[in-house]
Design a protein around this ligand. Sequence first.
Ligand SMILES: NC(=O)c1ccc[n+]([C@@H]2O[C@H](COP(=O)([O-])OP(=O)(O)OC[C@H]3O[C@@H](n4cnc5c(N)ncnc54)[C@H](O)[C@@H]3O)[C@@H](O)[C@H]2O)c1
Length: 267
Amino acid sequence: MKDRIKIAVTGACGKMGQSVIKAVNAEEDLQLVAAIDIINNGKDIGEIVENKSCGVLIENSLENALKSKQIDVVIDFTNPDLVFQNSMLILENGARPVIGTTGLSENQLEEIKKLSQEKNIGALIAPNFATGAVLMMMFAQKAAKYFSNAEIIELHHNKKKDAPSGTAIKTAQLMTQERSEFGKDNCSEVELIKGSRGGVTESNIHIHSVRLPGFIAHQEVILGAEGQALTIRHDSFDRISFMPGVILSARHVMKNNEFIYGLENIL
Ligand SMILES: NC(=O)c1ccc[n+]([C@@H]2O[C@H](COP(=O)([O-])OP(=O)(O)OC[C@H]3O[C@@H](n4cnc5c(N)ncnc54)[C@H](O)[C@@H]3O)[C@@H](O)[C@H]2O)c1
């Protein structure tokens, strides 16, 4: 049998991590070899995720896992405080990172890119692995050329630590490639409650972050021009929506040695 791709998952017990474990276990060419989390240490991850043992015990140190096991790809869904450190550690140990955790700064992305290029190891970071969300971003980028004003409303569950979402930031970046300044004709504004107009990008796209229990990941891009508006909306109703993109990325980094930011670059 052909060698399977050896996968480690960091944040394995989290909401995304558990979905990733199930998705990896369902693929014949992927083999789960490590599950890393700070909770449930020593327990079988299969018992936690699918109520049946899979023989992989949860460990709490990514570094120990990288040093003691053969790992090809690490899929990271942890938290914004940890993701930079994890990405660098993965590359330093010769494994390939597939990063879903959001919250990386521009400088941190640059540093990860530099290390991936120095080591000639594939790395993929995607603020959104759902194909529909990637299409939403692409459509918004295309529409930005024709609309003078744009605002983004992103909606997530109330346990999300970073705001605005990585998807909203990436959408605004793509739209700014088409138009350097939005809302040029807006009048000067006074916010009666601070933050009412949301976060504002350098290109003057206003981003509004909603956090409510029950939501997963949703985004609306509203573009305006004289006498018309265009609304582009994507909803992830279930974390399963991210899994085809995650699996595709794990396979991609095995075959390609470049640094990639955004799933649209491999679709
Ligand atoms: N790129 C995408 O498509 C996408 C989709 C959804 C969520 N996300 C992002 O993924 C991240 C995780 O989201 P979630 O909803 O699964 O969060 P979560 O809080 O449910 O899971 C995070 C997990 O990381 C674990 N963890 C915390 N510190 C750790 C450490 N030091 N070592 C190992 N594990 C540690 C936690 O115990 C938890 O199990 C967030 O940044 C979120 O924004 C990205």
